[in-house]
Design a protein around this ligand. Structure first.
Ligand SMILES: *Cc1c(COP(=O)(O)O)cnc(C)c1O
Length: 355
């Protein structure tokens, strides 16, 4: 039986996508060749890349608005430095909402001055800062839409005239936003879009070409754009499986339809965390809670062994919290069925009955 997979990333993908990917490994589009052995310059793969780039833009509502999509390598972690390399001339503003933001800040400091506009480090990142002032004259403002480790999510994005850069690794394609408010969006594929290996970058072309430094080709957005995301060998399998996942999302009605399901799943788990006296949520402000990653703990840690046994017996995988938070984390990305959350809630209720 398939496990209920709450893994934070790499994570669950739709079962149809696993099936189609397996078929493509054996015989891609009737070519009698594997997707893994054909040239990335073949007409078949070029079509995959072009469709994936176009579909990513259209799902985000960004087609014909001056944006381009790229599938690059190096993970979101490379985007921490690549964004700064391409955009930071003098001074940038960063919102520090967790481990990933902290890492992005560290990289940006190699290229220029970084202002921490606001931070929630004082409370181990269990909330989203609000009512902060954004200084004028910044090259860009950077934020992290969903804090995968701590389970917080930005609902109100920074209001700024500067270009807005966002690490959306763990909630892209999960909720309906006005994506045109952002100038650069990046996301490692392995949280909500596909297998590890590809990184989606969506960039508004007008913000590029403004820094005076020389940029190495592989780190230059313009070089990748000029070459239609084929400057070098792209991560072909990850791009292909990402395309299958994006098509799955489109068939299900796109981001709006998916957001509805994600809201229902999140309501199930948070209602139980709030109701069940044996559990406590890590994020206190309800409006800051992530619909993707719900972090919680036992109120009585002596129940840990019993709870761990119960959820493992129920076929649940990947529920342990990140080491910097402890406790539990239920990651509920797009492909996680609502039924899996119902199984988890049932296990939480079983524990209550036994205790
Ligand atoms: C996982 C994650 C990253 C790191 O992604 P890599 O692809 O491993 O470099 C960055 N930001 C966020 C928000 C993440 O969840």
């Amino acid at each position: 039986m398939k496990k209920h997979n709450f893994s934070a990333g790499p994570c669950i993908l739709p079962s149809e996508v696993f099936q189609q990917s397996a078929e493509a490994v054996l015989n891609f589009q009737g070519m009698n060749l594997s997707i893994l052995e054909i040239s990335h310059r073949s007409a078949e793969f070029v079509a995959v890349m072009e469709e994936a780039r176009a579909l990513a833009l259209s799902l985000l509502g960004l087609q014909d608005k001056g944006y381009k999509a790229l599938f690059l390598q190096g993970g979101a972690s490379t985007q921490f430095l690549m964004a700064a390399y391409n955009l930071l001339e003098r001074k940038a503003g960063y919102l520090n909402t967790g481990t990933w933001s902290t890492k992005a800040i560290k990289e940006a400091k190699l290229f220029g001055e970084v202002v921490e506009i606001a931070s929630s480090k004082d409370q181990n990142f269990n909330y989203i800062p609000k009512n902060y002032e954004i200084p004028k004259g910044l090259d860009y403002v950077h934020c992290t839409s969903n804090n995968t480790i701590f389970g917080t999510q930005i609902k109100q994005f920074p209001a700024t005239d500067a270009p807005l850069v966002c690490d959306m690794s763990s909630d892209i394609f999960s909720r309906d936003l006005d994506f045109s408010a952002f100038d650069l969006i990046y996301a490692g594929a392995q949280k909500n879009m596909g297998p590890a290996g590809a990184t989606l970058v969506v960039v508004k072309e007008a913000i590029l070409g403004k820094v005076s430094r020389a940029i190495p080709s592989m780190l230059d957005y313009t070089v990748h754009l000029t070459k239609d995301s084929m400057f070098n060998t792209p991560p072909v399998f990850s791009v292909y499986v990402s395309l299958l996942t994006l098509k799955w999302l489109q068939d299900k009605g796109g981001i709006k339809a998916q957001e509805k399901v994600n809201t229902e799943k999140a309501a199930l788990i948070y209602n139980e965390i709030d109701r069940n006296p044996l559990f406590t949520g890590f994020v206190e402000n309800k409006e800051d809670r992530s619909t993707m990653n719900a972090t919680f703990n036992l109120t009585d840690t002596s129940l840990q062994t019993r709870f761990n046994t119960l959820w493992k017996e129920a076929g649940i995988n990947g529920l342990n919290g990140h080491r910097s938070v402890g406790g539990y984390r239920a990651s509920m990305y797009n492909a996680l069925p609502k039924e899996s959350v119902e199984v988890l809630v049932d296990v939480m209720q079983q524990l209550e009955k036994q205790a």
